[in-house]
Design a protein around this ligand. Structure first.
Ligand code: NAP
Length: 291
């Protein structure tokens, strides 16, 4: 069994991005600049945004953090987005999700100028990705495809089963996995799928994006399959400094005995998601998506 080391691949990619930034600046370009908007003080969101800001520093990007309290009015947040859309010093920005219940996430996503939507959540970017036009692709699906590529995993003609159909992971991933550059035959499974075990056992590449810890067990995996665990359920732990740990959707020990490749949690898909956001910001700074 080969452990797919997302942390190592992401570190290599960060190095590549840092080198690109140096080249960009040497040729007269400006330092890529990413802004993050954080509403409220949710522990998970605070952590993710802190990582994003730290990652920017590590590759030589400029970053800005814009904070609002939980009770910010939707109209105030939308006004800030309008301002960021017009800010010519910014290559891209993200609004950290989830947002408080009184704010429509869809309205917020659609208010972002697609040219600055480095999260790739705007319907224009999703649509462009679907028909194979240059687009900001959402970070987790992009990171997973990049991991498969860098581990030289054969995808041509293989059966790929994705469990989960969310707009940020399962659904966009199903499109990427069926594109001509990847060529898998994709099945998207979800909570209404019948005989999920049987469906999963048909997978040469099984991707779990469910959010239910340990849901995929050894009986659901074909001998020799490639298993990608996207799940990261945050649970309290007295064994970590932060007081939390992340649990994947796959029962690692049981599944690792049967598969050919597997991603760990943490250290698999998560670091790839982080680096993909940097890559989208770099692509924006270089004007490579919207020419
Ligand atoms: P989500 O929006 O809650 O979607 C979960 C999906 O799983 C839904 O499509 C749901 O089906 C399906 N599902 C739930 N229970 C199921 C079951 N018992 N059997 C089959 N399918 C089931 O979650 P998400 O945002 O895609 O995230 C999924 C997981 O990935 C979470 O743990 C999240 O924290 C993690 N995540 C990790 C990263 C990373 O960078 N590592 C990035 C994003 C998300 P229905 O559509 O029928 O409800």
């Amino acid at each position: 069994m080969i452990l797919i080391d997302g942390k190592k691949v992401a570190a290599e990619m960060k190095q590549e991005i840092a080198e690109e930034v140096i080249k960009l600046k040497a040729s007269g370009g400006r330092t890529p600049h990413l802004a993050a908007v954080l509403v409220g003080h949710d522990g998970g969101s605070e952590t993710y945004v802190a990582y994003k800001i730290k990652d920017c520093g590590a590759v030589g990007f400029k970053s800005s953090l814009i904070r609002f309290e939980d009770n910010v009015a939707e109209v105030e947040l939308l006004a800030k987005i309008e301002e960021l859309n017009e800010d010519e010093t910014l290559d891209g920005f993200i609004v950290q999700l989830p947002l408080p219940k009184h704010i429509s996430e869809q309205k917020v996503i659609e208010a972002i100028n697609p040219r600055k939507d480095v999260d790739g959540f705007h319907p224009v970017n999703v649509g462009r990705m679907v028909i194979g036009l240059p687009a900001y692709v959402s970070a987790t699906p992009f990171g997973i495809v990049e991991l498969l590529k860098r581990y030289k995993i054969e995808t041509n003609g293989k059966n790929c089963v994705i469990v989960g159909r969310s707009n940020i992971v399962g659904r966009p991933l199903s499109i990427l996995m069926s594109q001509k550059a990847v060529n898998t035959t994709v099945t998207v499974a979800h909570s209404r799928t019948e005989n999920l075990g049987q469906v999963c056992r048909n997978a040469d590449i099984l991707i779990a994006a469910i959010g239910v810890p340990g849901y995929i067990n050894g009986n659901m995996v074909k001998e020799g399959a490639v298993v990608i665990d996207v799940g990261t359920t945050r649970v309290k732990s007295d064994q970590t400094k932060s007081g939390f740990k992340l649990i994947g959707d796959v029962l690692f020990d049981e599944v690792a005995e049967k598969c050919s490749h597997i991603t760990p949690v943490p250290g698999g898909v998560g670091p790839m998601t982080r680096v993909s956001l940097l890559l989208n910001t770099l692509l924006s700074a270089k004007g490579e998506i919207y020419k």
